[in-house]
Design a protein around this ligand. Structure first.
Ligand SMILES: N[C@@H](CCC(=O)N[C@@H](CS)C(=O)NCC(=O)O)C(=O)O
Length: 220
């Protein structure tokens, strides 16, 4: 059995953060696919009882240490503490990373995820007023991240940390899934995405997690 298992599916930017981290640190890991869209496994009592009471992916299983962790920010923190990789340098940086991870979870990928979900994966698609609300929030918050990344190569300075890995969430998914091109509209974010992409072990979300294209049935 692999050292780690990650409960995930290809379309999840929240899970991508953890999958990318595992790849970048060179971990021995394997994905455990969740049938999120058709069976809605995350809503079942079994999933909520045995896997994650919050009904969410990602879930990281550390087989060696017999641990199960959820919330991508917690998973990233755990793996960086364990390996020293992508770990913010010192207490101030640790808090600064946490600040960006929370901002990302709530306001950047926290809005991008539902926007993309309502646009691509539900019928009928999201109500136009809801979509307009989310889009305005997304534009404003991406501009904040863009301003930050125009001033330094990575969110916390010269080196990539877990704050950057968290922020990648949905940002590598195809532009047509959003109806706008994040990398082109926010040039500093586009350049930063290329810098992350150049790190050894980087893979696209549709390559690193199972279940793409939608409807394909990977082993669970
Ligand atoms: N803040 C969480 C968000 C996790 C999350 O919302 N995951 C989605 C999949 S992309 C999910 O499982 N949603 C199920 C639901 O909200 O019912 C994290 O970063 O781990």
């Amino acid at each position: 059995m692999a050292d780690y298992q990650l409960v995930c599916f290809a379309q999840s930017g929240n899970a991508y953060r953890a999958a990318l981290m595992l790849n970048l640190i060179g971990a021995d890991w394997e994905p455990k696919w969740v049938d999120f869209f058709v069976a809605g496994v995350q809503r079942t009592p079994e999933f909520r009882g045995d896997v994650n009471e919050m009904g969410e992916v990602p879930v990281l299983i550390d087989n060696e240490r017999n641990k199960k962790l959820t919330q991508s920010g917690v998973i990233l923190t755990y793996l960086s503490d364990l390996t020293g990789q992508f770990k913010p340098d010192g207490e101030d940086a640790r808090l600064e990373a946490l600040r960006w991870i929370i901002f990302d979870n709530q306001k950047v990928n926290g809005f991008l995820g539902p926007f993309r979900f309502l646009r691509n994966f539900v019928k009928p698609a999201g109500d136009p007023a809801v979509m307009a609300f989310l889009k305005a929030r997304i534009d404003g918050n991406l501009a904040i991240v863009n301003r930050r990344l125009a001033a330094s190569p990575f969110l916390l300075g010269d080196k990539p940390t877990i704050a950057d890995i968290s922020m990648t969430g949905y940002l590598y998914y195809p532009a047509d899934e959003f109806g706008f091109d994040i990398a082109k509209e926010h040039r500093a974010i586009g350049a930063w995405l290329e810098r992350i992409k150049a790190l050894p072990g980087w893979k696209h979300p549709y390559e690193v997690m199972p279940g793409y294209p939608l409807g394909s049935k990977p082993a669970a």
